[in-house]
Structures are given as structure tokens and as C-alpha cells.
Design a protein around this ligand. Structure first.
Ligand SMILES: Cc1ncc(COP(=O)(O)O)c(C=O)c1O
Length: 445
């Protein structure tokens, strides 16, 4: 019997699981946040040595140094960027999933996990009104989802007729930065259509910008900066008239499909070709996860998938997630969403998304009523833009930093039509509108 190379006492595993349980129950500390290199280096620099260290000591580095120097996005007072609000069910399950060590790139490796992930994808496809041949895969994030969908779009369009010298994507001026990044990677041009005063792109304006180089229209299903949902029906008409692919970037806002009260915003989605939704944004799942769904999964499979002799033994008769995006090895990152949905049910999801919207409505109404604040836009989905009257940019930045540091509120500025304004994006149904408004009441005071 040889000595184990990586001894690790059971007691150490148990201590880590105890911490995990407490963290899931308590949630993150809102006062946590980034530290400088100089602050982190004394604790973490040199932590990898030839001889290794005691597991309790290494784990203490995680609990006492690493975690406190991260942003507490899962806290209900985190209302900047697009935060995260994982359910306790999803977080608990994610810890178990990590321990299971499942390879979910192909059916041979992860059949049960893939079957369950596909249940969650089917739920999204049903919300979109898509047929049985819809399907896809969970990828790491919205950027990779957009890239994978748009690669499939160009492959599909290439088979439809003559190819221009250069291809182009058409999208709104409010499209997420990842669309520009994807265009750079794909070496295609971007035709930017001006959005209206609410940040929405409509079909007629898009039609006026269309050129023969376009292979895909990207519609915002929840623009990150302002929450706008584009005129999906008008864009679907345009796509159909010109044999173009319609891709919906719902990384943030696609979750609202699950709320019957907001469903009409997405009318026309049934005619789109692909959709992304990030469960780590507003579907109460942990990082990192993006659901990429094709209305006809065959278009995804025609564009992706890798061939190699060592992969010849892979069972091609079943669902192989690696065939639907730009990746091969993957964890079953859609399973925490599946577990949370299975435990709580889709009705609870609809209610949680509706409640988040109601929280946003209450905060917007409160901003409108506060004397020092002017509501500019929203809520659109759950994004609100507002300005504090009489504060200059430096004062706004200082206010945001003070409240971030104290843990009272993460509310950072953005720009709207060139002006620095404050932006809130609410994805947590447990955000307390009164608490948020009491902090906002200090603005301009
Ligand atoms: C609308 C939209 N699309 C795409 C992305 C990119 O997603 P990810 O950060 O998961 O790559 C984001 C991220 O915030 C987003 O809001």
C-alpha cells in the first residue's frame, strides 16, 4: 500500500462543509469588497510552497482573506451592474454538484445531468413558444452564448445565398458590449441602429439601416444599461422578409419571460432563431451559467461540434452538449437552475420575478417623490435611471463609494445620453424598497 499523495483528513472536509452551510444560510456580507494588491499580498503571496500548508490554514485564507475581498453581489443591497440572487436551493446544490465531478460535455460522460439540464432548457423554450426541436446548452456566460449563437447564424445564412465580401451584424446602440466583442472575434462588421429615447430599437428604424452584408439581427431582450426590450415582432418581420437570423440577447432580461405580467414585452419571440438567458443574473442560480437555446437545435449542431479520432467512440445518437456551442469539456452548469426550479416550481419563479419588478416599481415611485432626485427612465424591466439634482460627477462618485463601503447600498453611476446618472438594476426579490429609498434620500440632501 503506497502512501496517498494528497492526504486530506475527513475532518477538514467537514469543516469546509460546515462553513458552506453557514454561508448559504447567512448570505454574503455587504461590507465586503475589493482590496488592493498591497493589502492582499502579505496574506496570499507565497501561499503556494514546495511543502504545502495545513488545510485549515489554507481554508482560513479563503474565509478570512479571499471572500472578504470580493464584491457581495448576492446581497439584496447590490443594485449595480447586473448582480446575482442565487436561491439557497441552487447554492446548496451547486456545492453537491461540484463534489459529484460530472463531465457534461457529452452524453457518455453526463447522461443524467444532461437530461436534467435539458428539462430547464425546455422550460425556457416553452416560455418562448418554441417547438419540440428547440434545444441548446448551458455555457459559461452571455458573451460565449452570443458568440456561439452568432456563429451558428452565420453558418446558417451562408447556406442561404450569395456571400458578401464582409458579413455584418445589425444591432441597437444599446446592445451589450459583448456583441462588439463577438464581432471582433468573428471579424464581422456591426451596423449600429440608433435606439429611441427609451433605449429601444424598432423594426422600421432597423430596416432603414439594413444592408446586404447583414446575416443576423441582434435584439435586446433587456438592454443592460436601460432595461429596454427591442421591438421583437417588428424585427422578426424584418428578419423573415430578408432571410436573416434573429438572435435575442436576454442575458439579463430574458428571465422576465417567466412572469406572465411582463410576457407581452417579448411578443414575436416565437419567431426568433436563438435566445440567451443567464440564470446567474435573474433566474436565481449561481455563477456561471448562460442558457443558449436555438429554436431549431439542428442549426446549432450544424455549426458547432468538434471531430477527433479520440472522440470517435462518443455516442452520437444522444444529446451531446459540446455540439451546440464553442466548447468541449464542461461542468453541468445548468443543473443548479434545474434543481432550484425542481424544488420551488415554476410558479414560485414567476412570483419571484414579478416581485422583483414590483420592488423596482416601488423604488422608481419613491425616487419620483423624493425632492432631490429626478427619475429619468424606468423601471424598464427592473432598471431605473435617475439623477440627483445639483450634484456634480465627483460628488456622485464619492457618494456611491461611501455607501458601497458601508454596505448600505451598491448604486454606481452610469452614463445616459452622455450625462452621468445613477443606475439601479434589481434582480433580487428580497431587496427592501424602503431601505433603498432611505439611502437614496441622503442624495442631494
Ligand atoms: C444583455 C447582456 N448580454 C450579454 C452579457 C454578457 O454576459 P456575461 O457577463 O455572462 O458574459 C451581459 C452581461 O451583463 C448582458 O447584460
Amino acid at each position: 500500500m503506497t502512501d496517498p499523495l494528497f492526504p486530506f483528513p475527513q475532518a477538514a472536509t467537514r469543516r469546509m462543509l460546515d462553513w458552506t452551510g453557514a454561508r448559504i444560510a447567512d448570505g454574503p456580507d455587504p461590507k465586503h469588497g475589493a482590496q488592493s494588491f498591497a493589502a492582499l499580498e502579505p496574506a496570499l503571496g507565497g501561499s503556494i510552497t514546495e511543502g504545502g500548508m495545513d488545510p485549515a490554514q489554507a481554508f482560513r485564507l479563503f474565509t478570512d482573506t479571499i471572500v472578504p475581498s470580493t464584491r457581495p453581489f448576492g446581497h439584496p443591497t447590490s443594485l449595480s451592474f447586473v448582480a446575482s440572487a442565487p436561491s439557497r436551493a441552487a447554492l446548496s446544490f451547486d456545492a453537491a454538484l461540484g463534489a459529484a465531478g460530472i463531465f457534461a460535455g457529452n452524453w457518455d460522460g453526463g447522461a443524467g445531468a444532461i437530461h436534467a439540464e435539458n428539462q430547464a432548457l425546455r422550460w425556457l423554450a416553452d416560455l418562448a413558444g418554441w417547438p419540440a426541436q428547440a434545444g441548446g446548452v448551458f455555457v459559461a456566460g452571455g458573451t460565449l452564448g452570443n458568440l456561439s449563437a452568432l456563429h451558428a447564424a452565420r453558418e446558417w445564412r451562408s447556406g442561404q445565398g450569395p456571400r458578401p465580401d464582409r458579413w455584418a451584424i445589425l444591432c441597437s446602440s444599446e446592445a451589450h458590449s459583448s456583441i462588439m466583442a463577438v464581432a471582433r472575434v468573428m471579424d464581422v462588421d456591426v451596423i449600429v441602429v440608433p435606439a429611441d429615447d427609451t433605449g429601444r430599437m424598432d423594426g422600421d428604424t432597423a430596416a432603414a439601416s439594413l444592408t446586404p452584408a447583414v446575416f443576423a439581427i441582434v435584439a435586446n431582450a433587456g438592454a443592460t444599461n436601460c432595461g429596454a426590450v427591442d421591438d421583437i415582432a417588428g424585427l422578426a418581420d424584418l428578419a423573415e422578409a430578408h432571410a436573416l437570423w434573429l438572435h435575442l440577447d436576454g442575458a439579463y432580461g430574458g428571465a422576465a419571460l417567466a412572469d406572465p405580467g411582463q410576457r407581452t414585452l417579448f411578443d414575436g419571440i416565437e419567431r426568433a432563431h436563438s435566445l440567451i438567458v443567464d440564470p446567474h443574473k435573474w433566474l436565481f442560480a449561481p455563477y456561471d451559467s448562460c442558457a443558449l437555446v436555438y429554436r431549431d437545435a439542428g442549426h446549432g449542431a450544424a455549426a458547432h461540434g468538434q471531430q477527433a479520432v479520440y472522440l470517435d467512440t462518443v455516442d452520437k445518437t444522444h444529446w451531446n452538449p459540446s455540439d451546440y456551442a464553442l466548447h468541449l469539456t464542461r461542468r453541468a452548469r445548468g443543473l443548479p437552475l434545474w434543481f432550484s426550479l425542481a424544488v420551488h416550481g415554476t410558479r414560485a419563479y414567476a412570483a419571484a420575478i414579478a416581485r422583483t419588478r414590483s420592488v423596482a416599481d416601488q423604488i422608481a415611485a419613491g425616487i419620483d417623490a423624493l425632492p432631490g432626485l429626478e427619475l429619468i427612465l424606468g423601471p424598464q424591466l427592473t432598471v431605473i435611471l435617475f439623477r440627483p439634482v445639483g450634484m456634480d460627477e465627483a460628488q456622485m462618485v464619492a457618494w456611491a463609494e461611501a455607501h458601497r463601503r458601508s454596505g448600505a447600498l451598491l448604486c454606481l453611476p452610469t452614463r445616459w445620453r452622455g450625462e452621468m446618472v445613477f443606475r439601479l438594476c434589481i434582480v433580487n426579490p428580497e431587496t427592501d424598497p424602503d431601505q433603498v429609498l432611505s439611502v437614496l434620500g441622503t442624495l442631494g440632501a
